[in-house]
Each structure stands twice: as C-alpha cells, then as structure tokens.
Design a protein around this ligand. Sequence first.
Ligand code: G4P
Length: 304
Amino acid sequence: MSKTDNVKGYDNSNINWYPGHMAKAKKMMQENIKLIDVVIEILDARIPFSSKNPDIDEMAKGKSRILLLNKADMADPKKTEMWKNYYESKGFFVNAVNSKNGAGVKATTEIIKKACAEKIERDRKKGILNRPLRAMIAGIPNSGKSTFINSFAGKAVAKTGNKPGVTTGKQWIRLSKDVELLDTPGILWPKFEDRSTGLHIAFIGSINDDILFPEDMAYELIGILKKEYPGVLDARYCITREKGEEEVKDTIEDSGDPAEIMEKIGRIRGCLKKGAEVDLLKTSKLLIDDFRSLKLGKITLEEP
Ligand code: G4P
C-alpha cells in the first residue's frame, strides 16, 4: 500500500496536513540535514516500529543516528528492552526516555558524543577541537519532540527565547560546550505501510481521533491483548458475581471472537443503545481511553 492509499478506517481527505504539510516538513529536514551531525529520532515506546519513519534512513545517510524510545513510562519495560537490543543490533544508538519527568533525558549528551565519536576523531586529526556537535530532533506528530526538547535543553530553550520570526537564520540551542540543537524539530509523516501500522499510530494520538474508526482500533487492541497480555481484559472488565454462596469471576477472554469480547465488555460496562443492544462505538472508545490512560497497564503494541 502506498502512503496515499486509504488505510481501512481512515478518510485521508480529512487529514489536512497531507500532502502540503508533509512536503514542507520534508523540505525543511532535507535543507537542514546537511548542517547536522546527528539525527535523533523520537519514537513512541509503545509502537517502536510504526512510529519510526524509514524515509529518514534515506535522508540521513552518513549521519550518526540515535533512536529514543520516548514515553517509556507508558510502555512495557520488557518489550522496551527488546526493542533497544533490536535497534542496537541494526547500528543505532538507542535509549529509553521519559521526557515528561526527564528520566533518561540527560544521558542524551553522552549518547550524542558516542554516536559522533568518528566525527570528533576526524575533527581532532584536522586540528579542530571542541567544535560543538549539531543535532536535529525528528519524529512523527505527538511522539513527544517538544517535550523532549524542553526537557533536554532546559534553561537553554528559555535563553534563546522561542521567538519565531525574530531571526530568519537557523536557530540553534546551545546545550553545552559539546552540543547544539536545531530548535525546529523535523516533523515526519507517519508511514501507513499496512493497516495495523495505521491503527497503531492512531492509538498514540498522531492522527486526529475524529477521522478514525474506533471499532477497528478496538478489535486490533483486543487481538494484541489476548495474544500478548492474557488476563488483562479479564482483570479490567470482568466483574465478580455471586453464585449461591460463592463468588465467581467470569472470563471474557475465553471467547475466540473479538466481536464476542466487545459485546461482553459493552454489556458489562453498560455501553448500550436503546433496546439493550450493545453500543460498539461507545465500547470501542472506552477500550481506547483505557489503553491511553494506562488503565490496562503498560502495554506495548509491537514486538521486534
Ligand atoms: P510533539 O512535539 O512530538 O508533537 O509531541 P509533544 O511534545 O507535544 O507531546 C505530545 C504529548 O505527549 C503531550 O501530552 C506530552 O505531555 C506527552 N509526552 C511527551 N513525552 C512523554 C513521556 O515521556 N511520557 C508521557 N507520559 N507523556 C509524554 P498532552 O496530553 O498533549 O499534553 P500535556 O497535557 O501533557 O501538556
């Protein structure tokens, strides 16, 4: 499927940042990439595959590459570790971070230096010492680029003042004597290579919720939970009922069919239409909200 095809469940005509915004963002990145030494791509740790844009591999040829698994606080730690190992085996420098509370963020300076070791050595041989390394942040919408930059740059951001339009030249945030950061993050269009990629991107809120088919997302989530996180659906949605003297807890996960599971969740949670029919849309939104607000626990939707 090409990027312009409709992913089932999406009406691309409503995605108003395509293709104009995409073209602009890509141009901005292409123009700047020659100025920088290292590209730091921010991934969402809950979807480390779908949030990585393969376009950047082409654009950033010959540059050092760092992948940050952001929102690690919301992802399954075991899977975050698996993804870290996986991407490291592909030659990336990788770290898990929580940009919101700053965990892992400061370590980025050292990672940048490691990733740029060859360049530092080349400079040294030419007699160039202490030239700051120039970094660019890139990532799909909502991956946490702004939050990361604010956390990483801290006071440095405040110092440059975030005054759009004041200077027409490039704005660099001097982070330390070693690192400068381009102050405009590269926004990458997510790649809808298949249906599940599109759905996963939707889960993390990179696509406006108004244009989605929540039912498709809910079925996808149920499938993943049943396979990778058995017990989670039962723990969250099953209620204990009295049967004679005993208390019994029903299971909904026994159902092989996601539609049946949806039906049961809807009924248990009272997501009903007139005539006691289950309201699938309401049930789907409940599931999606529960995923996003961590009520289902720390779930990673993808495995290496
Ligand atoms: P972007 O520039 O890439 O588009 O993303 P941005 O920084 O605006 O972050 C998108 C949302 O993700 C924000 O939430 C932000 O707070 C949240 N976020 C970013 N990094 C992390 C992280 O490591 N952990 C967690 N838990 N959340 C993170 P929001 O609800 O849109 O805004 P706000 O209410 O938090 O301000």
